[in-house]
Write a protein that binds this ligand. Structure first.
Ligand code: ADP
Length: 319
C-alpha cells in the first residue's frame, strides 16, 4: 500500500487530532503517502481530499476538536453515496482508509468493507460506547471536564445547602454518568442501562439530609430523561431546594488528557500498521491495557455493555 486516507466523522471528541497526527506520521515513517479527507464522509463524496505532510499535523496533539473537520452525511447511508465515495478514493489513488469516529462512523466503515475497500476504524467519541475497546478516544477528557464542573457545583451546593441534578451526555450509554458519578461522590446516578426507583432516590436524599448533609449531587445521563423532570419530582417529594445544570457541549471540547493523547497515538499508529499488513475490515481498541483489533463487522454485531458492578459500588458508597 503506497497511499492511504484518513477522515474524522460524527461527533468530535478530544484526541481526534492526536489520532490523525499518529496516522499521518506513522504512514510517512513507513514511506506511505497520506491524504486527509475533510468533513467526514461528506468530503469523501465531494472529493474534498488533500495530501498531508509531516508539518500538516504539527501543533495539533494538544487541541480538541478535529483539524479535518467532521460532519453528518446522510447521503453516505445510501448505496449511491457509498459508490461515489469509492470513486473518489480510486480517483486519488487511495488504497485504504482510517476512519476515526463513533458508532455511526463505524457503520460507514463497515459499508466500505462490504464493498471490498480496505478500511480500519479507530474509536473516537466521548460516549465510550464502541464495541471492541474498553475506552474510546475522548472519554477520559470528557470525564475530567465533567468532574471539574461537579466539583465547582458542589461548592455552591454546599454553601446554599441545595440538591443539584446534573445532566451529562450519553443518549444510549451511561458511561460518562457512571464514571463521573462515582468519582464525583454523587448520591445517585441515573443511567439508561439500569432501572431506577424514584422512591429509593428520594429515601436516599432524605437519609443524607437527616444526618446533616449540606448538599446532594445527582447525575443523570441524558438518555434517562431530562434533569429538570427529575429535579421537579425530587422537589415535590422532599421539599429540598433543587437546582438543575445541563452541561451540554462543554463536555466535547477542550485539550485532550494525557491518557487520550497516548491512546489516540497508539490506536492511530496501529490502524496504519494493519492497513500496511493488508488487514482491512478491522477496528482497533484497547482491552486489558493491550492494543487489539477485531473484525469490524463482528464488533458491530456486539452490544456495548457497561460495568454494572461499578453501578452497584456507587450505590453502596452513597448509602
Ligand atoms: P458517530 O460516528 O459519532 O456515531 P453519526 O451516527 O452521526 O456519528 O454517524 C456519522 C456518519 O457516519 C453519518 O453522518 C453517516 O455519514 C455515516 N453513517 C452512519 N450510519 C451509517 C450507515 N448505516 N451506513 C453508512 N454510513 C453511515
Amino acid at each position: 500500500m503506497k497511499r492511504i486516507g484518513v477522515l474524522t466523522s460524527g461527533g468530535d471528541s478530544p484526541g481526534m487530532n492526536a489520532a490523525v497526527r499518529a496516522v499521518v506520521r506513522k504512514a510517512i515513517y513507513h514511506n506511505v503517502e497520506v491524504y486527509g479527507i475533510y468533513h467526514g464522509y461528506a468530503g469523501l463524496i465531494s472529493g474534498h481530499i488533500e495530501k498531508l505532510e509531516l508539518g500538516s499535523v504539527g501543533d495539533i496533539i494538544h487541541r480538541g476538536g478535529t483539524k479535518l473537520y467532521t460532519a453528518r452525511c446522510p447521503e453516505f447511508k445510501t448505496l449511491e453515496g457509498q459508490m461515489k465515495g469509492i470513486e473518489q478514493l480510486k480517483k486519488f489513488g487511495i488504497e485504504g482508509i482510517v476512519v476515526i469516529g463513533g458508532d455511526g462512523s463505524y457503520q460507514g466503515a463497515k459499508k466500505l468493507t462490504e464493498h471490498g475497500f480496505p478500511c480500519v476504524g479507530v474509536p473516537g467519541t466521548i460516549d465510550n460506547d464502541i464495541p471492541g475497546t474498553d475506552f474510546t478516544i475522548g472519554f477520559d477528557t470528557a470525564l475530567n471536564t465533567v468532574i471539574d464542573a461537579i466539583d465547582k457545583i458542589r461548592d455552591t451546593a454546599t454553601s446554599h445547602e441545595r440538591t443539584y441534578v446534573i445532566e451529562v451526555m450519553g443518549r444510549h450509554a451511561g458511561d460518562i454518568a457512571l464514571w463521573t458519578g462515582l468519582s464525583g461522590g454523587a448520591e445517585t446516578i441515573l443511567i439508561p442501562e439500569a432501572n431506577y426507583d424514584m422512591e429509593d432516590v428520594v429515601a436516599r436524599l432524605k437519609r443524607g439530609h437527616e444526618r446533616g448533609k449540606k448538599h446532594s449531587i445527582i447525575i443523570v445521563a441524558e438518555g434517562v430523561g431530562s434533569a429538570s423532570d427529575v429535579s421537579k419530582q425530587i422537589e415535590e417529594a422532599t421539599n429540598l431546594e433543587t437546582r438543575v445544570t445541563v452541561l451540554g457541549h462543554v463536555q466535547r471540547g477542550g485539550s485532550p488528557s494525557a491518557f487520550d493523547r497516548v491512546l489516540a497515538s497508539r490506536l492511530g499508529a496501529r490502524a496504519v500498521e494493519l492497513l500496511l499488513e493488508g488487514k482491512g475490515g478491522r477496528c482497533v481498541g484497547i482491552q486489558s491495557n493491550q492494543i487489539v483489533d477485531h473484525d469490524i463487522i463482528e464488533a458491530l454485531a456486539q452490544k456495548h455493555t457497561i460495568d454494572l458492578s461499578m453501578y452497584q459500588l456507587s450505590q453502596e458508597l452513597s448509602i
